[in-house]
Design a protein around this ligand. Structure first.
Ligand code: PLP
Length: 429
């Protein structure tokens, strides 16, 4: 019933359709476990013969309801919630890539994901090649190996706000018999639905716009159901050959289009246990109900701020995909026709020292290791999240040493701009 509805309606209602006398808002099922009448009923659940709840580490009704809403928004067949965006990207990769496997990923991705792939997965025996997402197609293709299992990128990169050419990336991935995984955290399904451009799996840090109020860390994985695992069975034995930890069932045979998410839930969540608490899932469900309204305003506010900075004589440069003349503007018009998001990057003339004086003068805008919630906040990666890197290493990660990431919130844009303007003047004194 959700399929024919517009995205704003899906935000409010998808995934939850209460019956007579049931709660209007999604109920929080704050319970670790669930009751059964016979030993056989319980046994069948453990064999994946029946579906049902038995332990919240594997599945919980509140989480499933909110996951179903996210799946509807993205146009996927199924979704699962995770404890954080990091857990979502970790599971999304290791669900199909084991020791000996290889990943090709855009080099401009979020620092946490860069470390996850480049450091922690490497320690688990998974090799990664980072590529420049704007490099010529032959160069990107050359990064693939026989053991490559997936291609990874972000719709809008954090913090550089670069727009991924999803259609091109999907084509390259599919030519190599692997799925494209896209982290859609910044765009959200309100502004881009990567499955419509050929992506196969989408991930989210729901901590950002989906929650939107800075209350709950969380993540999500969504499957389009479109990737044909059996057509590349030798590459994905975890999905296409019997799982001894479930009495030899084969996920693609038993679950069809739900194979990928079912394996992630029944195997990875069972063993690694990174669930989102039902309470946090409830907050996320609330956040989703206003996502379409909030993201529109975030984007309008960010464009006003970007326009202000763009003509300010003390500003060295501004990057915002919706700004005419921005290097990403053409791709943004294709993939983000209703606007990008509330995040932009900029620098003041005079380098780090002026940047720091400017940040110290801000009153309304706060210094925070966060983005994409209702508060306007700022971060200087070279001084904060990436302070262990040299300028050279920063440039390699696609981050200019003077880059400040500004996440424009939902305050009145006149007040945000006034605070920026006053602080720029202070910094120049
Ligand atoms: C924040 C973020 C993550 C990590 O999410 P957490 O919820 O903080 O674990 C992953 N990808 C992107 C693009 C992010 O902005």
């Amino acid at each position: 019933m959700d399929e024919k509805l517009h995205i704003g309606t899906l935000c409010v209602q998808a995934g939850y359709h209460p019956g007579k006398g049931e709660s209007r808002q999604i109920p929080i099922i704050q319970s670790t476990t669930f009751k059964y009448d016979t030993s056989d009923q319980m046994g069948r659940l453990f064999d994946l013969e029946d579906s049902g709840y038995f332990y919240t580490r594997l599945q919980n009704p509140t989480n499933d309801t909110v996951a179903a809403r996210i799946a509807a928004l993205e146009g996927g067949v199924a979704a699962m919630l995770t404890s954080s965006g990091q857990a979502a990207n970790f599971f999304a990769c290791v669900n199909i890539c084991e020791a000996g496997g290889h990943i090709v990923a855009a080099g401009n991705i979020y620092g946490g994901t860069f470390n996850l792939l480049g450091t922690s997965l490497k320690k688990l025996g998974i090799d990664v090649t980072f590529i420049d997402q704007t490099a010529p197609e032959e160069e990107i293709r050359a990064a693939f190996r026989p053991e490559t299992k997936l291609l990874f990128g972000e719709t809008i990169s954090n913090p550089g706000v670069e727009v991924l050419d999803i259609e091109k990336f999907a084509g390259i991935a599919h030519d190599h018999g692997v799925p494209l995984i896209v982290d859609n955290t910044f765009a959200t399904p309100i502004h881009c639905r990567p499955f419509e451009w050929g992506a196969d799996i989408v991930t989210h840090s729901t901590t950002k716009y989906m929650d939107g109020h800075g209350v709950a860390v969380g993540g999500a994985i969504v499957d389009s159901g479109n990737f044909d695992w059996d057509a590349h069975a030798d590459k994905f034995p975890g999905l296409t050959t019997p799982d001894p930890s479930y009495h030899g069932l084969t996920y693609t045979k038993k679950f069809g289009k739900l194979a990928y998410i079912t394996k992630a839930t029944s195997q990875l969540m069972r063993d690694f246990g990174s669930i989102q608490s039902p309470q946090n899932a409830f907050y996320l469900g609330l956040g989703l109900q206003t996502l379409h309204v909030r993201l529109e305003r975030h984007t309008q506010n960010a464009l006003k701020v970007a326009e202000f900075l763009n003509i300010h004589p003390a500003v060295a440069w501004v990057r915002y995909p919706d700004l005419p003349g921005d290097p990403e503007n053409e791709r943004a018009k294709k993939y983000l026709p209703d606007g990008s998001c509330g995040v932009l990057a900029f620098a003041l003339k005079g380098g780090r020292e002026v940047d720091n004086r400017f940040m110290d003068s801000l009153k309304l805008v706060t210094i925070e290791t966060h983005v994409a919630d209702c508060y306007t906040c700022i971060l200087h990666p070279a001084s904060h999240t990436h302070r262990q890197l040299t300028d050279e290493q920063l440039r390699e990660a696609g981050i200019a040493p003077d880059l400040m990431r500004l996440s424009v919130g939902l305050e009145d844009p006149r007040d945000i701009i006034a605070d920026l303007e006053r602080s720029i003047n202070e910094a120049l004194k």
